[in-house]
Design a protein around this ligand. Structure first.
Ligand code: AHR
Length: 512
């Protein structure tokens, strides 16, 4: 029996709700069809946003939504997406699938979507091909209250009141699709562009950088590394913190990190649905590399920012498989199985465990692209196994991570791709409820667990489980094949609890 210690009296760090964030790009059927169908669609909608999808997303309490890209962000010119829709520019989305982008979803529509979702806004600006003035005017358009050319234009377009921009990304993947820059060149550009991302209404002494946990200001996110590119992290931070007062946090509140799980490598990728047991473990082993990355880049950040005011923002993560046969290769549409559920479970446990530094994470992407929580087909919609993991994990949002340790053993089929049999994280919320999430990575073995609490007495327990075969998935004909269910197998005992985690499952336990 595996021993599991939970020291509920030791709060380690706050789990920012933004760790459960999402990413939506003008890519394939994410925005168009997936989220936005337009007011005249026969698909039920509110101001053009799909009613069914918004409802499903509200259920998992989406805290923040990043938009408009991705690579699209550094080619996006925001003025193309405002004003009367019939006058908006039509163009080809050259980056993603060569389809017509009619700009019918722009700033106003994004703000409307976030308001329907009840989530924070994370707008990604264009540093790669846009000007400083363009970025500056976008921020003025969205946030300035009073008389100004951009505030007037916003009012003319039907929205006199400013919106709140919670987070602003200054470029995306500027080491690649965002301009192929060197770290030093990017960081100098970042310093210049971010200067004009104004904090309207803020007093002078807090108008530079807020620190990631200051919600009263726009928090600015600098482009961070791809995977394990520590040279980028080092080069960017060195330049950002040069000639800089410590209180300015290097002019940034966050540094992004992008890491996708490709079981067969970047080129081959592999099928989302047809895989063997070896590939299952390989996928999970590659996902666990996320923890090495967080530690690796976190150690460099510690040198510049020991107080951890600069958040590590994992604003693109998830599985990236070959597209579903017969679909546009530029649309990145893939199905989602229990393997994706375990990938989500591992990543979210890692982010929880490192919530002292990881302040936000956005799964890529929200609907119909890569590891989505929702898939749509015309008027039909399904919740993927990944949606169910976000549902099981939602009570960690804004709770405090508590110290915990679970005895594990290595399992797998290939020496190179061994993984721990179990993964966990535990938090305590403001009402004193303990939330535990555990994944069983084994395809075949159940594991009994004996839990010992310290600083906590459990009186009442409830649990839900997502449990199925490794390649189980939901289809549009059978959308509820994989779904979480109540789990009655947790027994409170003096000083703790006992339960057995079934093979290939994600279990969420709440103890009061
Ligand atoms: O999410 C798909 C793409 O992956 C994004 O546009 C880009 O930022 C990353 O390379």
């Amino acid at each position: 029996m595996a021993k599991y210690f939970i020291n509920a009296g030791h709060k380690v760090s706050k789990i920012n709700k933004e760790i459960y964030g999402h990413f939506s790009e003008h890519l394939g059927r994410c925005i168009y069809e997936g989220l936005y169908v337009g007011e005249n669609s026969e698909i039920p909608n509110v101001n053009g946003m799909r009613r069914d999808v918004v409802e499903a997303l509200r259920e998992i309490r989406v805290p923040v939504l990043r938009w408009p890209g991705g690579c699209f962000a550094d080619e996006y010119h925001w003025k193309d997406g405002i004003g009367p829709k019939e006058k908006r520019k039509r163009m080809i989305n050259t980056h993603w699938g060569g389809v017509v982008e009619d700009n019918s979803f722009g700033t106003h529509e994004y703000m409307e979507l976030c308001s329907q979702l009840g989530c924070e806004t994370y707008v990604n600006g264009n540093l790669g091909s846009g000007t400083v003035q363009e970025m500056s005017e976008w921020v003025e358009y969205m946030t300035f209250e009073g008389v100004s050319p951009m505030a007037d234009l916003r009012a003319q377009n039907g929205h006199p009141d400013p919106w709140k921009v919670d987070f602003f990304g200054v470029g995306n993947e500027n080491w690649g699709c965002g301009g192929n820059m060197t770290p030093e060149f990017y960081a100098n550009e970042y310093r210049r562009y971010q200067t004009y991302v104004r904090q309207y209404g803020a007093s002078e002494d807090n108008s530079l950088a807020a620190g990631i946990d200051n919600p009263s200001l726009i928090r600015k996110i600098a482009c961070g590394p791809n995977i394990d590119d520590t040279e980028w992290t080092e080069g960017v931070l060195k330049t950002l913190f040069r000639h800089c007062e410590p209180m300015w946090h290097g002019h940034a509140d966050g540094l992004s990190l992008h890491y996708y799980t490709h079981p067969e490598g970047w080129k081959t990728k592999g099928s989302a649905t047809q895989f063997d047991v070896k590939t299952w473990y390989k996928t999970l082993a590659k996902t666990l590399f996320m923890e090495d990355l967080v530690k690796m880049h976190g150690a460099i950040m510690d040198q510049y920012d020991p107080e951890k005011k600069l958040g590590l923002i994992v604003d693109e993560w998830g599985t990236w498989f070959s597209v579903e046969p017969g679909t546009n290769p530029g649309f990145l549409y893939q199905q989602n199985t229990m393997r994706d559920a375990l990938v989500a479970c591992l990543n979210l446990n890692i982010f929880n465990k490192h919530s002292d530094r990881v302040k936000m994470a956005c799964i890529a992407q929200m609907v119909n692209v890569l590891q989505s929580v929702i898939l749509t087909d015309g008027a039909r919609m399904l919740k993927t196994p990944t949606w169910h993991v976000f549902d099981l994990y939602k009570d960690h949002q804004e709770a405090s991570l508590v110290e915990s340790f679970l005895e594990t053993k290595q399992i797998g089929e290939e020496e190179e791709y061994m993984v721990p049999n179990l993964s966990e994280s535990a938090s305590i919320d403001a009402e004193g409820k303990l939330h535990i999430t555990i994944g069983n990575l084994s395809v075949t073995e159940d594991y009994p667990v004996e839990t010992v609490f310290s600083g906590f007495e459990g009186k009442k327990v409830s649990a839900r489980i997502l449990h199925d075969r490794m390649d189980a998935l939901n289809t549009f004909d059978e959308p509820d094949m994989v779904a979480s269910k109540p789990f009655e197998g947790v027994r409170l005992v003096p000083g703790g609890m006992e339960f057995t985690v079934p093979a290939c499952s994600v279990l969420a336990i709440t103890v009061e």
